[in-house]
Design a protein around this ligand. Structure first.
Ligand code: ADP
Ligand code: ZN
Length: 617
């Protein structure tokens, strides 16, 4: 009897183990810890919720089960722009993948649907609005399905900023496809959002796999702004010459200017902001993805859905509004796990500008209070004198035992100084001059500059005139910056940056509280040379730069032939390993991480040829 049942019921798996698929198809040696567990759970038919940071390796959590279980895996992804690349990458691995979304015409969609019905497809990527159409649902009912993967699952949360109403309807999957296991994945979800995801997607029985938020390969650095453009140029030249990177600026104007300046210095720098014509935007994004060493200078309009693995740096010339934004933007660096830099310069004007924008904005008082807390947390990160990563992770509910050793405050700990008296002088100068002036004026009064404006106002006769000659103008600026950042002074939203006292400054003004101020590390020539936090440009770490270039050139050639981004052929890490180990035949090449069976077949000889040339030299 049992025998009969077995004969009619097709097997749920293809007979391959997850490890086999990992080695043969993806060319990887082993699963990362949570990955392996999530894969096993899903292969056995259980529901799964995965929370991993960007670059944590979420895709394999469903791609491997998709190939182990029989039938087609349906991947729901809101990022249509990404589908094409994801599908190309899988096809390069010899996986039969396709997508259904609104960018394709009827004929193309028909072809995909036919392939689906005949059971040819291993994976089908589908936009949520397409999936929930009755027609698609009926189609899927006629197919054998391996699993559903719901990517960017936080889009179901109404609290987040990526809410998509289509996602709410995905709860129907549980009802209409009760036997098909489901996996939801996201990189950004606090506990509340996680609960919401589980409830709204009917995943209350799902096993949770939660990775930490830390991105240890990213070095976080925040420096005081002196001359931003020079600093940026210096940073890129000395540490990331030839690397891909993103430079974020607040305004469109600034994006254009900075891009031009970088171009003038010989960099391939492309602007990206909402003011550019759509075709130019698309072209610049495309070049960033497809060419090596392109820098995109952008407003926050750029980045959603960029999963280029080898972005080596993210630079901020302006302060983001919150740590959420900062972490999301900097998180675009180093998805491949290799050393990367999140670099930012910030100064007094940034603080004043953001505070003014916030206070002058339309929102109601509750909205402003929330925004104020977010900005305070962001400024707190800038002014902290201990490990930055600890502060960041704590904000996201993660805990780091030890200082990280890979942020600027760990590498080059800032000193503090007793600023009690200086703070008293600064605050009383604001008070004596009537809370109507900006920082340049205030510093002139403190330093006893007898200019025309000061004399006209009679401020050369106030008691605070000239009492601050012990500090330089630059030093006074850091004092004022910290006072504004910490909320002791506020910038008048209508008053062109004039500074006013707040309630909280009273104890400071009376000298009742000791104030420790951050002493910004000085970028003297000597400090620059000693290179405490500086790293060598990525290419200088390579023993054989010419060999590296030769491998990259071959990769680019093949990528252009296939019409895919270079990293779809092989990742940097894979090329690097080729360069180090110099495989002499296909067998040796197959043991390199990232070289699966399909790519070995297709590109093996082409790369061996280059490696042989390198070895001879
Ligand atoms: P996420 O979607 O979580 O941001 P990805 O799935 O894109 O991350 O994976 C990030 C990078 O890590 C990719 O380059 C991927 O090929 C690589 N990767 C993932 N899992 C493994 C593994 N087990 N071994 C080696 N590399 C891996
Ligand atoms: Zn640190």
């Amino acid at each position: 009897m049992d025998f009969d049942l077995l004969a009619t019921e097709p097997p749920t798996t293809t007979g391959r183990t997850p490890e086999e698929v990992l080695h043969k198809v993806f060319g990887y040696e082993s699963f990362r810890p949570l990955q392996g567990e999530a894969v096993r759970e899903l292969v056995n038919g259980g529901d799964v919720l995965v929370l991993m940071p960007t670059g944590g390796g979420k895709s394999l959590c469903y791609q491997v089960p998709a190939l182990v279980r029989s039938g087609t895996a349906v991947v729901i992804s809101p990022l249509i722009a990404l589908m094409q690349d994801q599908v190309s990458a899988l096809r390069e691995l010899g996986v039969n993948a396709a997508f259904l979304n609104s960018t394709m015409d009827m004929m193309e969609a028909r072809d995909t649907e036919n392939a689906l019905l005949t059971g040819e497809l291993d994976l089908l990527y589908c936009a949520p609005e397409r999936l929930i159409q009755p027609r698609t649902r009926a189609l899927l009912q006629d197919c054998r399905l391996a699993l559903f993967a719901i990517d960017e699952a936080h889009c179901v949360s109404q609290w987040g900023h990526d809410f998509r109403s289509d996602y709410l309807e995905l709860s129907m999957l549980a009802r209409e496809f009760p036997g098909v296991p489901r996996i939801a994945l996201t990189a950004t979800a606090d506990e509340r959002t996680r609960k919401e995801i589980a409830e709204r997607l009917s995943l209350t029985e799902a096993k949770h796999f939660i990775g930490g938020f830390d991105r240890p390969n990213i070095q976080y650095r925040i420096a005081p702004k002196t001359s931003a453009n020079r600093q940026l140029l210096d940073f890129i030249k000395s540490e990331h010459d030839g690397d891909s990177g993103i430079v974020y600026c607040m305004s469109r104007n600034k994006v254009d200017t900075v891009a031009r300046q970088l171009q003038d210095k010989g960099f391939t720098a492309l602007p990206y902001h909402a003011g550019l014509p759509a075709p130019e935007r698309a072209r610049n994004q495309e070049r960033f993805l497809r060419e090596d060493g392109v820098i995109v200078v952008a407003t926050i309009a750029f980045g959603m859905g960029i999963d280029k693995p080898d972005v080596r740096f993210v630079a901020h010339l302006d302060l983001p509004k919150s740590l959420e934004a900062y972490y999301q933007e900097t998180g675009r660096a180093g998805r491949d796990g290799k050393p990367s830099t999140a670099w930012m310069v910030y100064g007094l004007q940034d603080v004043i500008k953001l505070r003014q924008m916030l206070e002058g904005s339309q929102g109601n008082e509750h909205f402003k209070r929330v925004e104020r807390q977010k900005l305070d947390a962001m400024l707190g990160l800038c002014e902290v004198t201990t490990c930055r990563r600890k502060v960041l992770l704590r904000y996201f509910g993660d805990h780091l035992e030890e200082p990280c050793g890979n942020c600027d405050t760990c590498l080059n700990p800032p000193k503090t100084w007793d600023g009690t008296v200086a703070v008293q002088k600064a605050l009383s100068c604001v008070f004596r001059t009537g809370q109507r002036f900006g920082v340049t004026y205030l510093i002139d009064v403190l330093r006893g500059v007898e200019n025309e404006r000061i004399i006209r106002q009679g401020h050369n006769r106030v008691s605070t005139f000239g009492i601050g000659q012990d500090l330089s103008a630059a030093e006074w600026k850091t004092v004022f910056r910290q006072l504004v950042a910490n909320g002791f002074l506020r910038a008048d939203p209508e008053g062109f940056g004039s500074l006013q006292l707040t309630e909280s400054c009273r104890p400071l003004l009376r000298g009742e509280r000791k104030t420790e101020l951050r002493l910004d590390p000085v970028q003297t020539k000597a400090a620059k040379r000693s290179g405490i936090t500086r790293r060598r440009p990525t290419t200088e770490n390579i023993a054989d730069p010419a060999g590296w270039e030769a491998l990259r050139a071959r990769r680019k050639e093949l990528a252009d032939q296939q019409g895919v981004p270079p990293y779809v052929i092989f990742h940097d890490a894979t090329l690097m390993e080729m360069l180090e180990r110099k495989p002499q035949n296909l067998d040796e090449l197959s043991t390199i991480n990232g070289v699966g069976a399909a790519k070995l077949d297709k590109y093996g000889e082409a790369f061996l040829e280059v490696v042989r040339c390198i070895s001879v030299r």
